[in-house]
Design a protein around this ligand. Structure first.
Ligand code: ADP
Ligand code: ZN
Ligand code: MG
Length: 477
C-alpha cells in the first residue's frame, strides 16, 4: 500500500436552485407528486422547442467566478446522445467543447498546508428523470419531474491524492455553492452528487494508472469508504500481476465493496453535436463583470474575519464559516446580543451536537438568530442558568418561539431572590449533616455536593453563583 499513490478526480453535479427548469417553465421544487412538474418540452413531445433559462447561465457564471474560473464569452450547448428510460429525448442537452467556465481552482486545507485543486471546467446541462423500481411489482415507473432541472457539472483535474483530500474538496465546493446561493446542496435529495474517478500508481511514476469511475454518489461517508476500498482493490489486482479495466463500478453501501457495472463509454460513444434548437451563448464583459461585482463574501474571507475580529479559534472559525447558515446565524445573533463568545459556544457545542444526532443540515435549523440571541441575553442577565439554557435550546429545535415565552410557560425562571435562596440553603444543610461536617473538616468537595443537591431540588432553577456564596457564608458560621 505504501508504495502506491492514489489519484482521484471528481465530477460534481449540483442542481441549481432556479425556480424553473433549464428549457421550460416547469417548477424545479423537490418532492411533488410524480409527473406533475412536466410539460411538452421536458416530456420531449415531438416538435416542442427548448428555450434556455437565463438564470441558469447567471448561476453557472457565478459558480465559475467563485471558483476562480475563466468565463467563456462564446459558449454553446451540445447534444449528448444515449438511451435510458429516464431520458425521454434520448439525448441530454449539455456542453461539450465550449463549456461556460474553464481553468479554475478551489483551495483546500491539508496536513501539508493549503493546496489548490484545479478545475478543468464547469458546464451547464439538464438533469434526467427518475425511475422508481419499488412501487410497481414486476416493472419500473418513470417520474419526469426532475427531467430538465438545471445542473452544473464541475470537473476537477486529477489533483486529489487521498480520500481525506477528496472529502475536503467536496466540503469546500459545497460551502462555496451555498454561499453564492446557486444550489441548496441537499445531498440526501440528490442536489449535490459526485462521480468519483480513482486510479493508483507506484510512487515516483509520472504516468497515471487506468481509472475506474463510481457514479452518482451522494454522501461524504460513502465517497470516503468507496475511494479507500477501490484504491486497495486496484493495488491488490496490480500486485497479483493483473491489469485495471477502465470501467464504471457500483458502490454497495451494505457490503462496503464496488462491483463492475459496464465498460466506460468514451466521448465518441455519445455522438456529441451542437444543439440545433438553441442559439449560441454570447456573454459581454459587462455582463460577467456585473456578476463578479455582486458576488457575496466567500467562506475563506469570513473565516479570516472570525479569527481577527471576533478572536474565535482556528477550529471554530473553520466550522462556523464552512456553512453559510451557521455563519449568518453567528454574525446576526452576535450583533443582537453582543456576546460573540457565547454564540460561538452554543453553535460549536450544543447546536452542532443536536444537528449531528438528528442528521440535520444547518439550513434546516428551525429557530432564527433573534431567538438564539435572546437565549444568550437571558443567561447573561441571570434570568436563567446555563443548564436551563440547554433545555431552552432543545425547545427551540422542537417548537421555535421566543425564549422568554418558553421559560415563562415552563416555569424555568431562575430563583435569584435572596430570601428564597437562603431558604433552600438552610433546608439542604439540615438534610445533609455529614456533608456539613466533611466541609468543616477541610473536604472542599462537600460544597459541590451541597450545591448539586440544591440545584436538584429546584430543578436547576436556583442561581448557582448565589447558592455557592450563601453556602460558604452559612458553613463559615
Ligand atoms: P469523462 O469521465 O467524461 O470521460 P474526463 O476524461 O474528462 O471525463 O475525466 C473525468 C474525471 O476523471 C476528471 O475529474 C478527471 O480529473 C478524472 N481523471 C482522469 N484521469 C484520471 C486518473 N488516471 N485517475 C483518477 N482520475 C482521473
Ligand atoms: Zn417542462
Ligand atoms: Mg465521467
Amino acid at each position: 500500500m505504501n508504495d502506491y499513490e492514489v489519484i482521484i478526480g471528481l465530477e460534481v453535479h449540483a442542481e441549481l436552485s432556479t425556480k424553473t427548469k433549464i428549457f421550460c417553465s416547469c417548477p424545479t421544487s423537490f418532492g411533488a407528486e410524480p409527473n406533475t412538474h412536466t410539460c411538452p418540452i421536458c416530456m420531449a413531445m415531438p416538435g416542442a422547442l427548448p428555450v434556455l433559462n437565463e438564470k441558469v447561465v447567471e448561476y453557472a457564471v457565478k459558480a465559475g467566478l467563485a471558483t476562480n474560473c475563466e468565463i467563456s464569452k462564446n459558449s454553446k450547448n451540445d447534444r449528448k446522445n444515449y438511451f435510458y428510460p429516464d431520458l425521454p429525448k434520448s439525448y441530454q442537452i449539455s456542453q461539450y467543447d465550449k463549456p461556460l467556465c474553464e481553468h479554475g481552482y478551489v483551495e483546500i486545507d491539508t496536513k501539508e498546508g493549503k493546496k489548490k485543486i484545479r478545475l478543468l471546467r464547469i458546464h451547464i446541462e439538464e438533469d434526467a428523470g427518475k425511475l422508481n423500481h419499488d412501487e410497481f411489482a414486476g416493472g419500473s415507473l418513470v417520474d419526469l419531474n426532475r427531467a430538465g432541472v438545471p445542473l452544473i457539472e464541475i470537473v476537477s483535474e486529477p489533483d486529489l491524492r487521498s480520500s481525506e483530500e477528496a472529502e475536503q474538496y467536496l466540503k469546500k465546493l459545497k460551502s462555496i455553492l451555498e454561499y453564492i446561493e446557486v444550489s441548496d446542496c441537499k445531498m440526501q435529495e440528490g442536489s449535490l452528487r459526485a462521480d468519483v474517478n480513482v486510479s493508483v500508481r507506484k510512487k515516483g511514476d509520472t504516468k497515471f494508472g487506468t481509472r475506474t469511475e463510481m457514479k452518482n454518489m451522494n454522501s461524504f461517508r460513502s465517497i470516503v469508504r468507496a475511494i479507500e476500498y477501490e484504491a486497495n482493490r486496484q493495488i491488490d489486482v496490480l500486485e497479483d500481476g493483473g491489469t485495471i479495466e477502465q470501467e464504471t463500478r457500483r458502490w454497495d453501501e451494505v457490503s462496503g465493496k464496488t462491483f463492475s457495472m459496464r465498460d466506460k463509454e468514451d466521448a465518441e460513444d455519445y455522438r456529441y453535436f451542437p444543439e440545433p434548437d438553441l442559439v449560441a451563448i454570447k456573454l459581454s464583459d459587462e455582463y460577467i463583470e456585473n456578476i463578479r461585482k455582486n458576488l457575496p463574501e466567500l467562506p475563506e474571507s469570513r473565516k479570516e474575519r472570525y479569527l481577527n475580529e471576533y478572536h474565535l479559534s482556528e477550529k471554530d472559525s473553520n466550522i462556523i464559516s464552512s456553512s453559510k447558515y451557521l455563519a449568518d446565524l453567528f454574525e446576526q445573533a452576535t450583533k443582537i446580543c453582543n456576546n460573540a463568545k457565547a454564540v460561538n459556544n452554543w453553535i460549536i457545542s450544543d447546536i452542532s451536537r443536536i444537528l449531528n444526532e438528528t442528521e440535520t443540515e444547518p439550513i434546516e435549523i428551525p429557530f432564527d438568530s433573534n431567538q438564539l440571541a435572546k437565549l444568550v441575553i437571558l443567561i447573561d442577565k441571570g434570568v436563567i442558568s446555563s443548564s436551563i439554557g440547554k433545555k431552552v435550546l432543545v425547545e427551540l429545535f422542537e417548537n421555535p418561539r421566543d425564549p422568554e415565552e418558553i421559560i415563562k410557560e415552563k416555569g424555568w425562571i431562575q430563583i435569584s431572590d435572596e430570601g428564597a435562596i437562603k431558604e433552600i440553603v438552610m433546608k439542604i444543610l439540615e438534610e445533609n449533616p455529614q456533608s456539613v461536617s466533611d466541609y468543616k473538616a477541610g473536604k472542599d468537595k462537600a460544597l459541590g455536593f451541597l450545591v448539586g443537591q440544591a440545584m436538584k431540588q429546584t430543578k436547576g432553577k436556583a442561581n448557582p453563583k448565589m447558592l455557592n456564596e450563601m453556602f460558604i457564608e452559612e458553613l463559615k458560621k
